[in-house]
Design a protein around this ligand. Structure first.
Ligand SMILES: C[S@@+](CC[C@H](N)C(=O)[O-])C[C@H]1O[C@@H](n2cnc3c(N)ncnc32)[C@H](O)[C@@H]1O
Length: 191
């Protein structure tokens, strides 16, 4: 691999549809999807790698330190902790293990990113306080504040959340306040 080749990693990237699109659009970059439920995509481009991997509180990300330009973490927090995360400063006892897992991923992400590398985190608005707190705790600098994801089909779960918001009659329709709407925040590592 050429030393200049940029590398992007999607942690908990699901079936990899977001990185498949990116890999086709940016053939000069390498894209790696990590997920425990990975399925191989027939005829995937050569610059897309799908790797079976599952985080746990003691499990490292399987990528070399200081080698990655960009990390994507989309809709992963809800898998690791409950969705009831309204008070970012007061994590209930029963959530601590899972919360630790997300923190651990951010720590390892920092380790694998190059010194000017960027992490993009997508989470429903209801989880964003947690994300911002963890980013600060773990030594990241927010470079793009949390804002609504513009591409409603960015990934499978982003699409599902926008759909749910749109079609559930019980949800009060206000995209600027709803806790369901997926937001995106970008942060840079401080090394
Ligand atoms: C809600 S889905 C989000 C998938 C994708 N990122 C998206 O935005 O559509 C969460 C993903 O996290 C993966 N996952 C669950 N537990 C995980 C773990 N411990 N480590 C890594 N990935 C995990 C699941 O397999 C699933 O694909």
């Amino acid at each position: 691999m050429d030393k200049q080749t940029e590398i992007a990693v999607d942690v908990g990237g699901g079936k990899g549809e977001y990185f498949l699109r990116r890999a086709l659009a940016e053939p000069q970059k390498v894209f790696v999807v990590l997920d425990p439920q990975i399925e191989q995509i027939p005829d995937k481009p050569d610059n897309l790698f799908l790797v079976k991997w599952k985080s746990d509180k003691d499990v490292d990300l399987p990528i070399k330190p200081n080698s990655v330009d960009e990390v994507n973490i989309s809709m992963l927090m809800g898998e690791l902790i409950t969705r009831d995360v309204s008070d970012a400063n007061n994590v209930p006892e029963h959530l601590r293990k899972e919360f630790t897992q997300f923190r651990r991923i951010l720590r390892d992400t920092k380790n694998m990113l190059k010194s000017d590398g960027i992490v993009t985190i997508v989470e429903p608005r209801g989880n964003m306080n947690y994300v911002l707190r963890l980013l600060t705790d773990e030594g990241y600098k927010v470079i793009k504040p949390a804002s609504k994801v513009e591409d409603k089909n960015r990934s499978a779960f982003v699409g599902m959340f926008f759909d749910f918001y749109q079609h559930n009659p019980r949800i009060k329709k206000n995209e600027e306040t709803s806790i369901i709407i997926p937001l995106e925040v970008k942060a840079q590592v401080i090394k």
